[in-house]
Design a protein around this ligand. Structure first.
Ligand code: COA
Length: 415
């Protein structure tokens, strides 16, 4: 079967997590992704957090599926010639170097335009233009600078970063969409363009509900669905809201049976207004269905702590899966807290290809996420990540280099 991005060639100058997330998605949609890496070492993540001596780390393998790898010293004069050919050969260049690195290499936007006016140059940077644009940025820096950390955690604790890599993988997703949009526009203009996704911008985009709450707070001085309400005072900035729901339906995390010994025996419970009657029945508080203090969403807001305590008294008598089954019978939305251990075993995720098992020549079999986006006419087959420089000769041959020229590049340590 064909793939959505068949025929699109991507010069993948990305490293670590943010950029590789983006190019892996493009590869999963069928693009030919050529990962350019420094001879000898390659993407720094190949050797980071290693669990199998001598083998590419899971950090690398899980971010670089379905790509080809060419080693190339892009600062060497001969390496620059190869890079020029690659720029002419490809449709998209994706990079997430520190600010200015591509220009220092001699491949700024103007030069790339000269070489290939149809090329789309897509970049991830920590910050957009402005005071911080020269800064190097990693995941947690972006989470802090994008508003996630100041709004995550408990009221009486410090800001917290989240396990979801919204700064890196989140920005990679944003960039992938920008690239696909630019490819679409190129069909009518015939021109490439620059695509920029700044990590701070992406995190803020993902934190938009907190920007919403900032303005609600400024207008009304209070956030009635936050755990601080009604007993604590609000400051001028959106506070950390613990596990309160980000939407219009109150929710929180409650303990379930076995929580004393299992750190994940918890359930997210949403006290959705349309099913309030059912909630009252399930937790044995039938009288709350008609009590004026509880029967309307507005009346419940100052009493959410009491309500969730009562809900927890019920969930404590059930495991998270028992509670989930009962609640779903009544259409009450809830979410069990699933550990990575549970997710890795979940058969439905294997069946859909969201979790896949991949064979690798040096590390053996490992589990990874597959493509979370399913296209009915472009199925994803996850192929292992390339070894360092595995496709160097093959790609150089496609660029027109003969055997002797390749040998000369190797002898000069350009590849
Ligand atoms: N051949 C020769 N040189 C190469 C090369 C190659 N194939 N690939 C990279 N290099 C060079 C770069 O040109 C750069 O050289 P320069 O500093 O002389 O210009 C150098 O390697 C290092 O690149 P850099 O991106 O600065 O890496 P770093 O390890 O210093 O910084 C980051 C890493 C992630 C902090 C930085 O790249 C960054 O801020 N990126 C943008 C934001 C981002 O994506 N962050 C999240 C990463 S998950």
């Amino acid at each position: 079967m064909s793939h959505a991005l068949d025929g699109i060639r991507v010069l993948d100058f990305t490293h670590v997590q943010s950029g590789p997330t983006c190019t892996q998605l493009l590869a999963w949609f069928g693009a030919d992704v050529i990962k350019v890496e420094k001879p000898g070492s390659g993407d720094v993540t190949r050797g980071q957090l290693r669990d199998v001596p001598g083998a590419d780390s899971l950090y690398f393998t899980m971010l670089n599926h379905n790509k080809r790898s060419i080693t190339l010293d892009s600062k060497h004069p001969e390496g620059k010639h190869v890079l020029e050919r690659l720029v002419r050969h490809c449709d998209v260049l994706v990079e997430n170097f520190a600010p200015g690195a591509l220009q220092r290499m001699g491949f700024g936007w103007e030069r790339i335009q000269q070489l290939n006016p149809r090329m789309i140059v897509a970049s991830i940077k920590g910050f957009g233009p402005g005071a911080f644009e020269e800064c190097k940025v990693y995941e947690n820096v972006a989470q802090c600078a994008g508003g996630a950390a100041s709004t995550t955690g408990f009221d009486d604790g410090p800001p917290l970063v989240t396990g979801a890599q919204i700064g890196d993988s989140g920005t990679g997703l944003h960039l992938a969409l920008g690239i696909v949009a630019a490819l679409y526009q190129r069909q009518s203009t015939g021109r490439g363009q620059r695509v920029l996704a700044a990590m701070q911008d992406a995190v803020l985009n993902l934190c938009r509900v907190k920007l919403r709450d900032q303005q609600r707070l400024a207008r009304t001085g209070v956030l009635t669905e936050y755990p601080q309400y009604p007993n604590k005072t609000f400051g001028s900035a959106v506070p950390r809201s613990a596990n309160a729901s980000g939407g219009g339906q109150p929710g929180t995390i409650v303990k379930c049976k076995g929580w004393e010994g299992d750190p994940n025996a918890y359930l997210y419970f949403i006290a959705q207004a349309p099913v309030w009657q059912q909630i009252c029945r399930v937790i044995g508080k039938e009288h709350w269905a008609t009590d004026p203090d509880f029967c309307t969403p507005e009346a419940r807001l100052p009493r959410l702590a009491e309500i969730f305590t009562a809900i927890e008294s019920w969930t404590l008598t059930k495991t998270k899966f028992e509670a989930m089954a009962i609640l779903n019978e009544h259409d009450i939305p809830c979410g069990p807290i699933l550990s990575m251990e549970e997710l890795v075993r979940e058969p439905s995720l294997r069946a859909t290809g969201t979790v896949v098992e991949v064979e690798h020549p040096t590390r053996g079999s490992y589990v990874s996420v597959g493509n979370p986006i399913k296209l009915s006419d472009s199925p994803t087959e996850v192929r292992r990540s390339p070894l360092l420089g595995e496709h160097t000769d093959e790609i150089l041959a496609e660029l027109g280099y003969g055997g002797a020229a390749i040998a000369a590049l190797r002898a000069a340590r350009v590849i």
